[in-house]
Design a protein around this ligand. Structure first.
Ligand SMILES: Cc1cc2nc3c(=O)[nH]c(=O)nc-3n(C[C@H](O)[C@H](O)[C@H](O)COP(=O)(O)OP(=O)(O)OC[C@H]3O[C@@H](n4cnc5c(N)ncnc54)[C@H](O)[C@@H]3O)c2cc1C
Length: 388
């Protein structure tokens, strides 16, 4: 067994860490100020400027195939990069990427959606969740009815990340009520100009998802992504990737937070001694370090399985469940170690606290991950103590 990274992986890790230190961390105070005043943390122009800088040092299209100008680095590199980007709360990701399911586009759709998205000329959102169907995504009700060479969409989507900014949505709707998720859900590519409306949802963190409302939105037949009735599996494919990418990001955040706690504990003096000398504080530091380390290796294993063409769903559910819980434990302890200061908006801990709480909810709640893991074990799809 070899736990070392290759020279290339080490080089990429270091380059992204340098980029975060040099380009992103200096923006943190501005991000906090903007968000406090109700604006986006950083403007889309600034994001583009940073993405261009990153492109110059080779970070463009991390998971985009080379034929589309991407670097196609694969799952292991992607989690390494996500861990580094997670070390700041500046809302930034490298450019040149597209939603994984958009590679199902036909040639015409590629020109209209996939390629402009990769080039940063268009913005997408993934619209599956509805007011009556989140965890129970198989139960979506948005109706799509055939009318000549169009489909007419009616219904509502909620909590759609990027739904206010997107100019097209990947919308999952029921095209055959009898079949439902078993061949009766279809994914449509729906431009904003076709008539859907979005409304901002205020949340605890700075995520700012949207409600999307569809009232008789007419979508041409040619805008079906993949095949009619095959949408549900596309939805699951989109979600699947996040299950190791979300905890990867959480690991970077937890590491940075833990370092903040270590530094603070050595300077904060109470009853004549730095708090770092108190066992109560040391245990919080030690437990956090252990949990971060454990989370890292679950994430790496899930990514390694995905990279090697294995079915990584079980490991990814474990990575998501464990990573979300770990990050929430760590940020809570880090806040505790900082005492009253931890609770102020002068430090970014409370901002991270609010963001990380989401990691236990979206793209499959803790309970849904547990359900998946238990089912796999109970049905024998995964085994306890299986030979590696
Ligand atoms: C900020 C944010 C961004 C999001 N972005 C997107 C997006 O871009 N696109 C998108 O489609 N969706 C998005 N979502 C939706 C998200 O995926 C759902 O909120 C999530 O899947 C949970 O669904 P729900 O909110 O309907 O909760 P529910 O499914 O109603 O669950 C409520 C509670 O019951 C528990 N529960 C449910 N079923 C079971 C069960 N069988 N056993 C035990 N416990 C259960 C849940 O774990 C939870 O604790 C986003 C959500 C948020 C908050």
């Amino acid at each position: 067994m070899d736990f070392t990274l290759s020279e290339e992986q080490k080089m990429i890790q270091k380059t992204v860490r340098d980029f975060v230190n040099k380009e992103l961390k200096p923006l943190e105070q501005e991000v906090l100020k903007n968000e406090r005043e109700g604006r986006h943390g950083i403007s889309s122009e600034k994001v583009k400027e940073l993405q261009t800088k990153a492109r110059d040092i080779g970070f463009w299209g991390i998971n985009t195939p080379e034929e589309y100008g991407g670097a196609n680095l694969g799952p292991i590199m992607s989690v390494l990069i996500a861990m580094e980007l997670g070390r700041t709360f500046v809302p930034f990701s490298f450019g040149g990427s597209a939603d994984n399911i958009l590679y199902e586009c036909n040639e015409e759709q590629k020109e209209e959606y996939l390629i402009p998205l990769i080039n940063g000329e268009r913005r997408s959102c993934f619209a599956l969740t509805e007011p009556g169907a989140g965890s129970d995504a198989r139960n979506i009700k948005m109706k799509a009815e055939k009318d000549g060479d169009h489909w007419v969409l009616n219904g509502e989507k909620v909590f759609i990340t990027g739904g206010n900014e997107a100019d097209f949505a990947m919308v999952f709707a029921v095209t055959d009520k009898e079949k439902g998720a078993n061949g009766g859900v279809t994914c449509f590519l729906v431009d904003r100009e076709m008539g859907w409306k979005s409304e901002y949802i205020h949340t605890m963190g700075e995520w700012g998802p949207a409600t999307l409302v569809f009232e008789n939105v007419r979508v041409p037949e040619k805008n079906i992504l993949g095949e009619l009735g095959h949408g549900f599996s596309l939805g699951m494919k989109w979600i699947g990737q996040g299950r190791y990418m979300i905890p990867a990001r959480a690991i970077g955040s937890a590491e940075r937070l833990l370092q903040m706690a270590i530094d603070y504990s050595q300077t904060r003096v109470t009853f004549g001694k730095p708090i770092s000398e108190r066992q109560a504080i040391q245990w919080m530091i030690a437990d956090s370090a252990v949990e971060i380390e454990a989370a890292k290796w679950i994430v790496f294993r899930a990514a390694w399985m995905a990279e090697n063409g294995m079915d990584a769903r079980h490991q990814s559910s474990m990575a998501k469940l464990n990573g979300g819980l770990m990050a929430n434990q760590v940020v809570d302890r880090v806040m505790q170690i900082h005492g009253g200061m931890g609770y102020t908006k002068e430090l970014p801990i409370e901002r991270w606290y609010r963001e990380l709480r989401l990691y236990r909810i979206f793209e499959g709640t803790d309970e849904i991950q547990r359900r998946t893991i238990a089912r796999n074990l109970l049905k024998g799809h995964a085994k306890v103590g299986e030979l590696l």
